[in-house]
Structures are given as C-alpha cells and as structure tokens.
Ligand binder design. Sequence first.
Ligand code: CIR
Length: 253
Amino acid sequence: MFQHVIVRTPCQSLIEGITSANLGLPDLALAMSQHEQYIAALRQCGVALTILPPLDAYPDSVFVEDAALCTPHCVVVTRPGADSRRGEAALMEPVASRFYECVERIEAPGTLEGGDVMMVGRHYYIGLSGRTNAAGAEQLIAILQRYGLSGSAVPLTEFLHLKTGCSYLEDNVLLATGEFLSRPEFAAFDIIAVPPEQAYAANAIRVNDKVIMPAGFPVIRAEIERRGMTVLEVPMSEFEKLDGGVSCLSLRF
Ligand code: CIR
C-alpha cells in the first residue's frame, strides 16, 4: 500500500519544458486545471498528499518522478540525465528526507531518472535510456541490494523512459507497447498490449485499489477493468505535449 504521494504545482516556465512531441505548446491554465484533476484522482486513492510549490527555474519540475526513487526502505536521490533538470534532485532531497531515515544518491558519472525505474514487488527494472546510463543503473542496483531489494537493466531505444512504454499495474498485469511487447524479461506478465497509435496509454499508475490513466483510451481502460481494477481517468493533454505521463507527475510510496 502507498501511504504518501508528492506532487509539485506546474510552474510559469512550464512551456519551456523539454519535448520531442509535435503537439504544440502547453496551455498553462489548462495544465493547472489538469494537475488539479490529477490531485483529485489521487485523493480518491487513500494517500496523504504533499503538494510542493512551483519551481520556475526548472520548467520540467512538475515531473517529480524523475528526481527521486522512493523505495520501502530508502529514498534514492537521482542524478537526471537532462542537464536542465539536474538541479531538481538536490531540491527534492530535503523533501523526501522528511519521510526517510535512509537517503542514498546516484553520483557522477551515473545518471538516472525515476521515469526509468519500474517497481515490481521487490524487484526494480531500470531502463537504459537517453537519460539513465549504465553507471546509474549499476549504482541503483548496488543500493537496492543493500536493502534486500534487486534490480536489473532493460535496454530501450524507442521511448524517453522505460515507463513511457510500460507500466506494472500489480496482480501480474503489465501495460506495454512497442519494444516492450517482446522483451523476454516481461514474457511472464499478463500483458495488455497497447497499439502504437495509443502508446500514450501505456503510462498508467496503480495507486492502492485504483488505476489512474490518461483520459481517452476506452479500449485500454476496458482491458484494465476486465482484470478487476477500478480506473480513474485524468485529462493529460498539456503534459503529453511535454512527453510527460501520469506516472511522471508524482512520487508514490
Ligand atoms: C522531460 O523531457 O524530462 C520532461 N519534459 C518529461 C519528463 C517525463 N517524466 C517521466 O516520464 N517520468
């Protein structure tokens, strides 16, 4: 069960966030409204929310997931691979430290962003992406092992982060698209295959008894519900314009 969630209010400089999408600039007012709806969905999941103030110096700082990894035993302060985002981790450390006695850090030359880390029980899959390098993954695996957890690296080429293209929804269910449909390490999961034109729906989060997913994907929603899960949809258009999905907007632990 998750007890806590940390989110950060979108900042005025949001439109300067990094993106590879060709969807236009985000509308700040609409992004604010969508963020509030995301928070409202989280409130339905029985967690205590910490809402951090906006950070104008970091346009992508609303995507808090990338700055830290919150495990059951320690928080790992990351070292983002994107230069413009590196300072976000140091600012997350004091916040996350309120909840943890044990604080670990990814150090140079390692880079790691939380969007590349997918927790499956006590095991953590770590995407080797444009943002997370082998040194970062190796450091994280060593940290996890010290706490009786485990990790393994998953190469990827098609997506920004591992969880851009796959999400573990508990109960052995994995949402997956693109290259993750054929990864041997995922073969034993009950895979909900997300077609390429709906790839944005491959990023969803299970928070206690609910699944939060982006609005507008009825077929994928039905597949999740068919497995007995309750789904909450949130509009995400303005964050999609910045390559961000529902997992990116929170730290859950
Ligand atoms: C970035 O490129 O860093 C942001 N515009 C999007 C980050 C998305 N975060 C995530 O997938 N965890």
